[in-house]
Design a protein around this ligand. Structure first.
Ligand SMILES: *Cc1c(COP(=O)(O)O)cnc(C)c1O
Length: 421
């Protein structure tokens, strides 16, 4: 059971709205820091532990700066994400560059910054060498294929586009070793938004056993294993959060049993989680514009799927609170919608809520990761602002809302005027 609390009162939100109109995202700095510390303390029992925050989950440099201060590196997968990392002063081997289908300029930038490069495919070996040169330290992403089941969001590993097969992995290490590369890492990511601890234990075992096999077959002592991302968060009130301490303990036991026993004790354990780091500590705040009663009852919000698309694309459950009505009985059933000309533009379907009125403020929970970041401009919709609720209760705008001018920024109307249709 997870209680869905809010870090602000209705009065506080009404005060914020006077300066920052809805819709907006608001992140809770205190809760992000507390969670980051618990996470680091728990997994810090693993040798050489480091968490590289998956930038794609919440690519905002203010948040990234907070996480840097808490001791996290960054996990980047594109040129702009590398630049964001550089802007907050996270460079060199504090960056994990885990991309796929990677363009040459991105490898070049990653190499320039001295990032750890994690290759997604064996064909990228000559590609990387040609465009960015040989790295000092190289990592490969392993896809266990039929050996593992994956989960709903990421899919079946053997259907997934990511990573090296087992054979390619050994071939890849050998290729680089023959070229004189001396430092190696191993990466994988087989689940996404997963709440079952067993899946992370299975991954740890798989990676530790593979490290031993790589040592035995190729004489390579890996410098690190990286378990990737994919820890889930309790979206539904009945979901249970992962227990960091328990999980860390169990992984540590496996480390001792497999790694230490085989005298590979210099192996570091890396992770690159995003969702579990910031997901529960972000809220999308939106106002009810219209109530509509046809064959169903609809609550129409001023945010839409262009601001937040997880429910529409994954059917994801996100808890909803009607501000000020937390203690009222959920006597009504609504579809909570946005204004996009797409019928899947719904934040919730058949959701039990207290009676909603025009002008009510709705808070959508667990939108601190993969939420604002997935925004888009379809239908000429503009992305909302991001605010940070600081530990002293001050509110800082950490990204302004887009304007129509932003939407038109890539168009040249003067050129259009002289263009003969
Ligand atoms: C998306 C992604 C992550 C982060 O995933 P979370 O579900 O946010 O933990 C980490 N590594 C890679 C390679 C990814 O694609």
């Amino acid at each position: 059971m997870t209680i869905k609390k809010l870090p602000f009162t209705k009065e506080k939100i009404l005060e914020i709205i006077k300066v920052h109109p809805t819709p907006f995202y608001i992140y809770d700095e205190g809760a992000i820091r507390d969670n980051a510390r618990l996470f680091k303390k728990a997994f810090g029992i693993l040798p050489g532990f480091k968490e590289f925050f998956a930038v794609k989950a919440l690519p905002n440099p203010f948040i990234m700066k907070i996480l840097k201060e808490e001791g996290f590196g960054t996990d980047c997968s594109s040129y702009p994400e590398l630049v964001l990392s550089e802007k907050i002063g996270t460079v060199k081997e504090d960056i994990m560059f885990s991309s796929n289908d990677t363009p040459a300029n991105e490898y070049k930038k990653a190499k320039e910054l001295g990032a750890i490069i994690n290759l997604d495919d064996i064909s990228h070996i000559p590609f990387l060498e040609k465009h960015a040169g040989l790295p000092d330290l190289i990592s490969f992403r392993y896809n266990p294929g039929p050996a593992r089941k994956g989960n709903v969001i990421i899919g079946d590993p053997k259907e997934a586009k990511y990573g090296f097969t087992r054979e390619q992995l050994f071939e890849g290490y050998k290729l680089f070793k023959d070229k004189g590369v001396k430092r190696f890492g191993l990466h994988t990511m087989v689940v996404s938004n997963e709440l079952n601890p067993k899946s992370f234990i299975d991954t740890a075992r798989m990676m530790f056993e593979l490290a031993v096999e790589i040592k035995e077959k190729l004489g390579i002592k890996l410098e690190f294993v990286n378990f990737g991302g994919g820890m889930g968060i309790p979206h539904k009130p009945e979901d249970k959060a992962l227990d960091y301490n328990k999980l860390a303990q169990e992984i540590k036991e496996l480390y001792d049993e497999i790694i230490v026993k085989n005298k590979l004790g210099a192996l570091k354990v890396f992770m690159e989680y995003g969702r579990v780091i910031t997901g529960p500590y972000g809220y999308l705040v939106t106002r009810v514009l219209h109530l509509k009663h046809t064959y169903k009852d609809f609550v129409g919000c001023d945010a839409c799927m262009a601001n937040f698309m997880r429910p529409a694309i994954y059917g994801a459950y996100h808890h909803i609170t009607v501000l000020g009505k937390e203690h009222e009985a959920p006597t009504r059933v609504y579809d909570v919608t946005g204004s996009l000309c797409e019928n899947n533009d719904k934040f919730a379907i058949d959701r039990k809520l207290p009676e909603v009125g025009e002008g009510d403020i709705i808070v959508i929970h667990d939108t601190g990761a993969h939420s604002h970041a997935m925004g888009f401009n379809y239908n000429g919709k503009l992305r909302s602002a991001e605010l940070l609720l600081r530990e002293n209760n001050e509110v800082v705008e950490i990204r302004r809302a887009e304007t129509a001018e932003d939407y038109f920024a890539t168009l040249d109307f003067d050129k259009m005027k002289s263009f003969k249709a």
